[in-house]
Design a protein around this ligand. Sequence first.
Ligand SMILES: [Zn+2]
Length: 299
Amino acid sequence: MAWFKKTRKPMASSTAEKPSRVPEGLWVKCPGCTQLIYKKELEQNLNVCPKCAHHFRINAAERLKALLDGGTYTEHFPNLVSTDPLQFTDTKPYRDRLQKTIADTGLKDAVIVATGRIEGADVVVAAMEYSFIGGSMGVVVGEKITRAIEIAIDRRLPAIVISCSGGARMMEGALSLMQMAKVSAALARLDRARLPFISVLTDPTTGGVTASFAMLGDLNIAEPKALIGFAGPRVIEQTIRQKLPEGFQRSEFLVEHGMLDLVIDRREMKAAIARALRFMGAMPVAEADAVPVAVTADA
Ligand SMILES: [Zn+2]
């Protein structure tokens, strides 16, 4: 038996526990125009502000759903996971960081590879996930994107990569840098097989990802006002000791200066990619089935 026992309940504070009549997270404040937007309305609008067209960051699965017919796709290689080859530790061991991120995001690494259809045409899409250690490219990301390109070559499909990344993954050192060469080499094979590659650059696409596959598309398309660059503006300013121009490293600036082909609103992205694929010769599956002679040529 305990010596002391609380016989009375502690006094409830007057401020706490009054249920709010406005549920948490129902409204979102837009960083573009500072207006309040109803969250459901925002989601229906592909997370683009209906008032000022500010593009909110979305995750890889949402992107695939928005892009592929019926929001459905088949995921490939979901279980590839980094083995922490350098046994790296910064503020905490990389192994622990990986475990925590895997638990938080439900993904094993920073990219989802999927096959599906865009307006009826079969495609392979790799979408990068920023919430997984900044969308950084380690050995798993490099391997999965390479395998995605290999699926494209085997099945004679167009490849699409949606980048959203801070660059190479520091915790995997030189091994992550090697992925730049590996993915680029796979893209060269795709090119020799005369198959299209469309690169979609979203906010942000920087570092080793920009310096390799994100800029190698037959068509390089960016979302509006996305940060796209190699080094950050602060590093460049310090290095060249000059003030950088307004809008430097944003999509629109890069199109003006010939670094990108197009800036396309997320709400029109699917239609634009479908149009480009048709132009490059991709055929809706139903039509291809109707003409079996054309299919056998590559078998
Ligand atoms: Zn807005």
